[in-house]
Write a protein that binds this ligand. Structure first.
Ligand SMILES: *Cc1c(COP(=O)(O)O)cnc(C)c1O
Length: 390
């Protein structure tokens, strides 16, 4: 039996050990920010003390509201029985299928445990304490966090009317800049830069800067509206195009992303990649999802209809928003964090945007027709309460 006294002794020994461990860790590690992901539904259900999650909606992480491709689910069921075997470290079938689809060579493709991991690989390869990255002030925060992991600085360039100011970004480049990130469409603004602006940037960008086009949402656009950045890869430029199965393909839980680059640049990432970074289930699921054009079409149609539904609803309530081409939208509710918390009490999870310097905004993911309606109704209720109370 443990007496109370011993318990205290034990606790103090643990504390002491933690101090020792902390003392030997690299000092600057303590200063790294920890990413705050969208809250899981289960967590909110526990907090609200409810078991039934059927009327709760997570519109916080830009996931696919239709779920994964049914074909991917079927393939993964079959694959479950062979999970005693290590994955194919080279992901032969998935890379071959991607290469065919994109009309590139399989050696130009590197897979990651989500595109997040590839952003860390890029930082590993290109960054250190003497170097920096360039990005917009309201772009995906992971770029900056991954740069900080390698003690690199981030040069932040203000957006113009919620769009990347590519000319200003090129102008911000220094001799120590190694990566320039263009997320397109951009998260969290939902806006896009077009071929013309990209071409102007690519014309001016100096050789020592590698451009990363993060196209996490690109498949949500009709093919004729997708900017053609692969042409820069074909031209042999220092460019990585970053894509993912997390959004359009509805497989965020599996963690599969990939880069397309020249073979020479792909090889750089291979040096820092662990052999089994993309697990066997993920390879199977992604391969099947890639071949399910029908699910992708349905996803596109659902997102387009959802965007129109939210735009209509918000205009009716005279609430400002930023026009989006992706599966999420910035909504100006005045007090973002307060609205985020109030919506949670109404069983809807969105994302507050104070961390991105937009305390007046929330970001809401486009859901199904029903989910969008629930969101609009909840917002209406909150705004009415606000008018009554003030
Ligand atoms: C969601 C998102 C990703 C995808 O990350 P994964 O690690 O592939 O899930 C990448 N970039 C941006 C801008 C995103 O919004």
């Amino acid at each position: 039996m443990i007496e109370a006294g011993e318990n205290i002794k034990y606790t103090s020994v643990v504390c002491l050990m933690e101090n020792i461990v902390n003392r030997f860790a690299k000092k600057w590690i303590h200063n790294l920010a920890i990413y705050e992901p969208g809250r899981p539904l289960e967590e909110l259900a526990r907090e609200l003390g409810v078991d039934d999650m059927s009327d709760m909606h997570k519109l916080a992480s830009n996931e696919n509201s239709l779920g994964p491709s049914p074909k991917a689910v079927e393939s993964m069921k079959h694959a479950a029985a062979s999970m005693n075997i290590y994955p194919d470290g080279g992901a032969f079938y998935l890379r071959r299928a991607l290469a065919r689809k994109l009309d590139v060579d399989a050696d130009q493709i590197v897979l990651g445990n989500g595109s997040n991991e590839l952003i860390v690989f890029l930082s590993h390869v290109f960054l250190n304490a003497d170097r920096n990255i360039v990005m917009s002030d309201k772009a995906f925060v992971i770029y900056k966090m991954a740069a900080a992991m390698f003690e690199a600085d981030t040069i932040v360039v203000p957006m113009r009317d919620y769009h990347h100011d590519l000319d200003a970004m090129v102008a911000a480049v220094t001799p120590d800049t190694r990566l320039l990130y263009v997320s397109n469409p951009n998260n969290p603004t939902g806006t896009m830069v077009d071929n013309e602006a990209i071409e102007r940037m690519m014309h001016q960008i100096p050789d020592h800067v590698t451009v990363v086009f993060d196209e996490a949402y690109i498949e949500l656009l009709p093919p004729e509206c997708q900017p053609d950045t692969l042409r820069y890869v074909r031209e042999g430029r220092n460019v990585f195009v970053l894509r993912t199965f997390s959004k359009s393909y509805g497989l965020a839980g599996l963690r599969v992303g990939y880069t397309i680059s020249t073979k020479k640049d792909a090889k750089l990432l291979q040096h820092v990649r662990q052999p089994f970074n993309v697990n066997a289930m993920a390879q199977v699921g992604a391969l099947a999802a890639l071949e399910d054009d029908e699910h992708l079409e349905k996803t596109r149609a659902t997102v387009q209809a959802g965007l129109r539904q939210l735009e209509r609803g918000l205009r009716e309530m005279k609430i400002e928003f930023v026009e989006s081409v992706a599966n999420f939208m910035l909504v100006n509710v005045g007090r973002g964090r307060e609205t985020f918390e109030a919506l949670q009490r109404l069983k809807i999870i969105v994302r507050p945007m104070d961390g991105y310097g937009m305390p007046e905004m929330i970001r809401v993911t486009i859901g199904t027709e029903l989910q969008n309606r629930c969101f609009l109704d909840a917002l209406k209720l909150l705004l009415n309460e606000r008018t009554v109370n003030t």
